[in-house]
Ligand binder design. Sequence first.
Ligand SMILES: Nc1ncnc2c1ncn2[C@@H]1O[C@H](COP(=O)(O)OP(=O)(O)O)[C@@H](O)[C@H]1O
Ligand SMILES: [Mg+2]
Length: 287
Amino acid sequence: MNDQAEALRQLVKQQSDQHYQEKTKFISVTSGKGGVGKSNFSLNFSLAMQRLGKRVLVIDADIGMANIDVLMGTSSRYNLYHLVKNEKTIWDIISVGPEGLHYIAGGSGLLDLIRLSDEEVARFGTEILKLQGQYDYIIFDTGAGLSKETAQFITASDETIVVTTPEPTSITDAYALIKMVNSIDETVQFKIVVNRSSDRAEGERTATNMASVTKRFLNIELPAIGYIYDDPHVSKAVKKQVPLMILFPESNAARAINQIAMEYLNMPQSSSTGIKGFLHKLLKRSR
Ligand SMILES: Nc1ncnc2c1ncn2[C@@H]1O[C@H](COP(=O)(O)OP(=O)(O)O)[C@@H](O)[C@H]1O
Ligand SMILES: [Mg+2]
């Protein structure tokens, strides 16, 4: 190959790398306690972001539960299992849901995969790298609590959204999770969403109280992105297996999620290290 062609190749590579660094941001959605609304939030927040013009990929990282598929009434042939087991590539396992939302399904019934080996984490990372330039946001819907895998996704992401409800049990578990993550990696950036709030005051109070406790005891900033009403439409949408944003776009909860997406995009963004940064952190953590 002549020098000019090589120089050009390098230039193109550099440019696409730069494009990327600015563009792809990794968000983990997590909680201390289960059943607080992470999967519903991840899915509907992704749809809201997409409606605001962002390119989003949502990944069901709650291995064994396959929540995202169930919430959309879809069923995917391939999922993360096939990827980490080296049977399928990243392109094979990306499915397209309602409104053209790109997602990667979790593996229903694949409970034997509860622990990913370091090799499997590496395989996942290598395949993710192929997504350079494809998405503005990659959002992980994680399992509750801090498994080894969840810790890896969180510490490799640019940002972690902690979902809690106003109930004391959910709040104390969220606090415990933040504390644990912080002890593993103190650079993790958290934001909080209060779900199932009975009114605005309760949502704001919950977020403010949590932020003051994390600030005081852990010296962690915990900006609130917003709160979501406790709304029977959520459960109705789950039962119909149609995402809330699509089935009941005018419901209080859907409006709140839309508000959160807008607020999120208006907030000062923590710097993104892009796909390469994500991969680097993921692999460093798996050693
Ligand atoms: N804002 C809300 N209002 C009313 N019910 C909700 C709300 N968010 C979640 N739920 C209920 O909680 C259930 C669990 O939500 P899910 O998203 O699966 O939680 P997680 O992923 O945290 O386990 C939903 O099926 C729904 O019935
Ligand atoms: Mg879930």
